[in-house]
Structures are given as C-alpha cells and as structure tokens.
Design a protein around this ligand. Structure first.
Ligand SMILES: [Zn+2]
Length: 291
C-alpha cells in the first residue's frame, strides 16, 4: 500500500527463529510496513534485506532500521554507500523523477555505517527452523542488484530481475531503468535464476508466481523484444515521448481489457525506455570505438 495504491511494491517477511524482511518499500510508506508488522505481532526484525537501492525497494530501510534498532542491514557492496549516505542517490533520482514524485516517494534516512554489512554472492543467512536464505547476485536491472532463494522451499525473491506484471495489468512490462541497465547482463541473471529451478517466484511488482520457469522464459522473451523495438525507434529518430506513447499503446492493446494506462505505469514505462536508450547509445559508442 505505497503511494496510496495497493500492490505498488511488495516487502516479503520470512519467519524462522529469526526474521528477515526482503525489500522495504518507499520511505513514504515505512510506517505502513511497520504497522503491518506490528499487527502481525512483530516488534523486532533481525535482517533488513533490500534487493537493491532503488527508492521503491530500499527507501524505507533507514526509517525501519531506526525503529528495529537491532536489525542487521545487508546489501550488495555497490549499494552499501547509498544506504549510509543517500544524498547522491536522491540527487540522481530527482533528475529523473522531478520534485513532485520525489516528495511522494519520501526521503530515505541515512543508516550508520556500523550497521550496514555487504552480502556476497552465495552467502547464506540461517534464520533457523529450516529457513536458509542464500544471496544470488542478479545484476542487469542495476549493477548492484541481487535476489534471494529460500533454499529449503525453492522460493526465489526476484527483486526487479523480472518485470512488472499484476492481476490488473497481466502483461509483462520490463524494468530496464537508467543508469546501469544492461541487456546481456540482465539476460544472464535470468538464466541464472532459471538454473536454480525455482518452484515459486516472489516478485515485487507484484505477487507470487507459481509457474516460475515459464515466467522466467517470458521475461527473457519480453526483454529481447522490448530492447529490439526501442532500438528500431531510436534508429528512426523517434523522440522519447513518442517512444513512451507507442510502447504504452502496444501494452494497452495486449491487455485483456484494453484501457488507457494509469500515470504510475506510464512513469515505469518512461523509466524503462530511458534505460534502454542509454544502454543502446553506450553499446553503439563502444562498437564505434572498437571499429
Ligand atoms: Zn529497481
């Protein structure tokens, strides 16, 4: 229930002897998460585990870390500094989202360096009661992105390694934002998740997916098609605004009940278009340098 909307972004609670919260939502919805936990009788969390430091995943981390003052905070090494001092992260986000959205997202609170610890690829967190979380680095959406697998059950908490798909909008929308989306790396991460043979995917946008392999395969296809289409438009000199409008129109057409897409989805599409354009321009520059 972030930004006044249900199913905006998921935070997943895992209870063994110890408790872990994978992703935390926006800074502006920290109180909703805290209250939901309290309503479930939870007044302490042992591990706060953002999959990456984008504002919808780790924004609430600082506020929750202050409230759950014994929790350890684990993050990819490239994300560590942004949790300790979110200034640079917020400046970068403001350029992309503008003042109004930044106000709605809320300001992430800094976390003392002594409480933030990196988590390496393959590192395990034993929660007790037969619940072991293992970190699986899955860069591509961002260079510092990671997922978790709950070993004993074969549940994978994907973070944004997979696209947006919800009950209301049952079509995959890739999440390929600036500044570090990379197609080859993202596809490699999806293959990596596939090789784990997960039984379920727990996605942030939004919910639990039972047919995990099919969903991963669908994500691989949709990413390839998405980047190819934007590439064609880029070559044809299409403006960013027109690309967003065309992609939104296409997504809407493929919905069971075609409709005009709401603003928040248009924001996601714009972000994903910007990320692909940046990635393609960089690849193009690299090719020209090699030539
Ligand atoms: Zn993200």
């Amino acid at each position: 229930m972030a930004l006044g909307r249900p199913t905006t972004v998921a935070a997943y609670l895992i209870k063994g002897k110890e408790t872990a919260l994978i992703d935390t939502g926006y800074a502006s919805s920290a109180e909703i998460v805290r209250k939901d936990l309290a309503d479930s009788g939870l007044y302490a969390i042992d591990h706060l585990l953002p999959t990456h430091v984008h504002l919808d995943h780790s924004g609430a981390c600082g506020t929750l870390a202050a409230f759950f003052d014994t929790a350890s905070i684990r993050v990819h090494p490239k994300g560590e500094q942004h949790l300790i001092d979110p200034t640079k992260l917020c400046e970068g986000a403001r350029v992309i989202f503008g003042d109004n959205l930044m106000k709605a997202y809320g300001r992430p609170q800094p976390i003392s360096a002594s409480r933030v610890k990196v988590i390496n690829d393959g590192e395990e967190i034993d929660l007790g009661k037969g619940m072991t979380l293992r970190s699986v680095w899955t860069p591509g959406h961002a260079s510092h992105h990671l997922s978790y697998i709950l070993e004993e059950i074969g549940m994978v908490f994907t973070g944004d390694a997979v696209g947006i798909r919800s009950k209301r909008f049952p079509i995959l929308i890739p999440t390929t934002p600036p500044t570090s989306f990379n197609l080859e790396v993202a596809l490699g991460s999806l293959q990596r998740l596939r090789q784990l043979s997960p039984k379920q995917l727990l996605t942030p946008h939004y919910g639990v997916v039972g047919s995990a392999r099919d969903e991963i395969d669908a994500n691989i296809r949709s990413l390839e098609v998405w980047v190819a289409k934007i590439g064609e438009m880029l070559k044809a000199g299409t403006t960013i605004d027109s690309m967003v409008a065309l992609m939104a129109e296409e997504i809407s057409r493929h919905l069971p009940n075609p409709m005009e897409l709401p603003d928040f989805l248009l924001t996601s599409i714009r972000l994903s278009v910007l990320g692909v354009v940046r990635y393609l321009n960089l690849s193009d520059r690299r090719t020209r340098i090699v030539k």
